[in-house]
Design a protein around this ligand. Sequence first.
Ligand SMILES: C[S@@+](CC[C@H](N)C(=O)[O-])C[C@H]1O[C@@H](n2cnc3c(N)ncnc32)[C@H](O)[C@@H]1O
Ligand SMILES: *[C@@H]1O[C@H](CO)[C@@H](O)[C@H](O)[C@H]1NC(C)=O
Length: 258
Amino acid sequence: MPLFGVPKEVTVGTAMLGVAFATGVLAGKRYPSLVLGTPKSSIIDESSPLQQYILDHSLREHPVLKKLRLLTADHPRSKMMVSCDQAQLMANLIKLIKAKKVIEIGVFTGYNTLNMALVLPDNGKVIACDINEDYTKIGKPLWKEAGIEHKIDLRIKPAIHTLDELLASGEAETFDFAFIDADKESYNEYYEKCLHLIKKGGIIAIDNVLWKGEVLKPRRDDLETQGIHHLNEKLLRDARINISMLPMGDGLTLAFKL
Ligand SMILES: C[S@@+](CC[C@H](N)C(=O)[O-])C[C@H]1O[C@@H](n2cnc3c(N)ncnc32)[C@H](O)[C@@H]1O
Ligand SMILES: *[C@@H]1O[C@H](CO)[C@@H](O)[C@H](O)[C@H]1NC(C)=O
């Protein structure tokens, strides 16, 4: 079998170059920020052709989401934004479990807040927690443009306070989904409070669980990595949930409440 035939190799090589070029051009049109600067640090090489292929063959981004992503790409802290494949997975999970009430801890410019609000029913709610209005005001006009502003309840104060208020007002076990993506030192507290707030069968998604690989050798004085690593160790043995740890973006853990 002429598997190693020179002509074939040349053909395949040329074809692959062609595909890479076509993909780049398409990607450049559809997801420019993925080509000209990645939106968030990732454990996977985002410039790899296979990663680009995954995005080219799976993303179906709402036009207003795309607008907000491109707007966020110009922000000096643009790397804080959730990756669009993570956001799409969360939207699919929210639809799958027919979620009505969701929490987001860490809004930034509101890409994932918008993403979740778009798939919630008209009477659904996102309790969106952040401390920085300079960030959240960037996305607000686009929440309005997408016609889902009424589903977003933005609370500007430390997220712990908002979660305590929800618990105090009797909202334990009434939420379907939570996304934890704020200060890493508080991850354990966020997780515990969210676990009280969500129903059985609800899901908690936790971002940055691989922290660019730092979890492999957490330094004692690095409270962010310690916070993430301790929670990872605890979740493995936590009988209240089932888990999946996905190498998507900077690492995404899904905890399913039993
Ligand atoms: C990684 S960004 C969130 C990205 C966002 N989920 C998205 O989809 O693009 C982290 C956010 O957490 C916010 N934050 C930091 N400490 C916080 C706290 N104690 N309570 C609430 N939000 C906080 C920051 O202001 C920042 O906007
Ligand atoms: C789910 O969690 C329970 C309780 O810890 C455990 O017994 C079970 O094996 C887990 N199932 C899966 C699929 O991980």
